[in-house]
Design a protein around this ligand. Structure first.
Ligand code: CO8
Length: 257
């Protein structure tokens, strides 16, 4: 039986997924990423869950990268075909995901954090793409997402030097939403997750879909796409309930319909 390294706790309407391999700084082997994708898909299909928090066990790391011991002897064909499917499955999760980063988020760990929709980091968290230091380059979206978020010049320096970047710097550069005191990253992320999970679920998912589409489309196409999703929400009970509740000066009760 493979070792299970993802712990999931449901605290409806949110769920907490923890990468539990602290003795290896939560290094991401292929089975681990596949297990994470399995859990995320299960939570994504569960109407009781409105937001997912992802973190790493232990004080030192969110995840210190892909597992170098596992990767060291892989062939190009194995790398090209074997490892990426699970990352793509994570990329397609519709429920909002918040990464709660308490320590190192390096290489694949930084890339995994960037698969999330919001990043909360502890003061001591460190981000970086140290692949260059071991003779490779980012492979799970690092060059693309850093370039889109931080711009060409910062992305170049981070990927070409492998140097670590503090949570504060990443916050100033727009990658980290909030920097919180050490040890409070999970609590703060859960609090934000609860706020998101209280909203109308269909609208929440469509907002995520529309914002992610902004990375793929020219503005004209994105605006048309947004208008279509916006109009579709007028077919939902939650739209009627949300607007009625506003007019009746009460709190809406959303049902995800
Ligand atoms: N892979 C495997 N094991 C790791 C990793 C890793 N990425 N990171 C840490 N570990 C292990 C160490 O080997 C050590 O194990 P042991 O106790 O058995 O010797 C244990 O975790 C603790 O680590 P350290 O003793 O090194 O802890 P330190 O506090 O001294 O250092 C660092 C912490 C600076 C984070 C250091 O561990 C380090 O540099 N780690 C490697 C960081 C790195 O290079 N990450 C990038 C990896 S490549 C990558 O992520 C490519 C992504 C491609 C994704 C697509 C895949 C399909």
């Amino acid at each position: 039986m493979p070792e299970h390294v993802i712990l999931v706790t449901r605290e409806e309407p949110i769920a907490l997924a923890t990468i539990n391999r602290p003795e290896k700084l939560n290094a991401l082997n292929w089975a681990l990423v596949a297990e994470l994708a399995d859990h995320f898909e299960e939570l994504d299909a569960d109407p009781a869950i409105g937001c997912i928090v992802l973190t790493g066990a232990g004080e030192k790391a969110f995840a210190a990268g892909a597992d170098i011991a596992e990767m060291a002897e892989r062939t190009p064909m194995e790398m090209a075909t074997g490892g990426f499917e699970a990352w793509d499955r994570i990329r397609r999760i519709k429920t909002p995901i918040i990464a709660a980063v308490g320590g190192y988020a390096l290489g694949g760990g930084s890339e995994l954090a960037m698969h999330a929709d919001i990043i909360i980091a502890s003061e001591r968290a460190k981000f970086g793409q140290p692949e260059i230091l071991i003779g490779i380059m980012p492979g799970a979206g690092g060059t693309q997402r850093l370039a889109r978020t931080l711009g060409k010049y910062r992305a170049m320096e981070i990927c070409l030097t492998g140097e670590q970047v503090s949570a504060r710097e990443m916050h100033a550069w727009g990658l980290v939403n909030h920097v919180v005191p050490d040890g409070q990253h999970v609590e703060e992320a859960k609090q934000l997750a609860r706020k998101i999970a209280r909203q109308a679920p269909l609208a929440t998912r469509m907002i995520k879909e529309a914002i992610l589409a902004a990375y793929e489309t020219p503005l004209e196409v994105g605006l048309t796409y947004e208008k279509r999703l916006f109009a579709m929400l007028f077919a939902t009970e939650d739209q009627k309930e949300g607007m009625r509740a506003f007019l009746e000066k009460r709190t809406p009760e959303f049902r995800g319909k």
